[in-house]
Design a protein around this ligand. Structure first.
Ligand code: THU
Length: 160
């Protein structure tokens, strides 16, 4: 008797070719992420990433990747913003995070997606507050909006 089940997981997301088409709040957040990429300290990778977080209070918290000669000591843009938000406003849920990257001063054509560690870190705040965190990833030629970080990290580790 065969007890194997083949299952399929579907992820839905919105895709835009221009940020001009985005709803205003998302467009504003992404613009802040793009601007923040200029604040990156990335002498090793020369890959500048900016992140902007929209809090439930309406306030925005921003971050940029910070690298270190001891490579693992650096931090991604997403987590620099996320941990600042968590530390400064421990009781305020996070509604959305936008991410953008620049190379040689120009925004990357394709979006830069949060790395695995950042996805896990974002999920943690979704779990903490019990409310979805929208993820907006923006490239110059393509913008994608995921309604929940769980769409980018299904089957998340949250067992403890
Ligand atoms: N980086 C981010 O800040 N966020 C991402 O989503 C991807 C990668 C940073 C880490 C490192 O400083 C540089 O980009 C190259 O990996």
């Amino acid at each position: 008797m065969n007890k194997v089940e083949n299952k399929t997981l579907t992820i839905s997301y919105r895709e835009y070719v221009s940020s001009a088409e985005l709803p205003l709040a998302e467009k504003n957040l992404l613009e802040q992420a793009v601007a923040m990429a200029d604040n990156a300290y990335a002498p090793y990778s020369k890959f500048n990433v900016g992140a902007a977080i929209l809090m439930d209070s309406g306030e925005t918290v921003t971050g940029a990747n910070q690298e270190n000669a001891a490579y693992p000591s650096g931090i991604c843009a997403e987590r620099s913003a996320l941990y600042y938000a968590g530390a400064k406003y421990p009781d305020v849920p996070i509604r959305a995070i936008a991410v953008a990257a620049k190379q040689d001063g120009a925004q990357t054509e394709d979006p830069a997606y949060p790395c695995g560690a950042c996805r896990q870190a974002i999920v943690q705040y979704e779990v903490k507050f019990g409310s979805k965190i929208k993820v907006i990833v923006g490239g110059a030629g393509k913008i994608q909006v995921f309604e929940s970080i769980s769409d980018l990290l299904p089957f998340v580790f949250d067992n403890i």
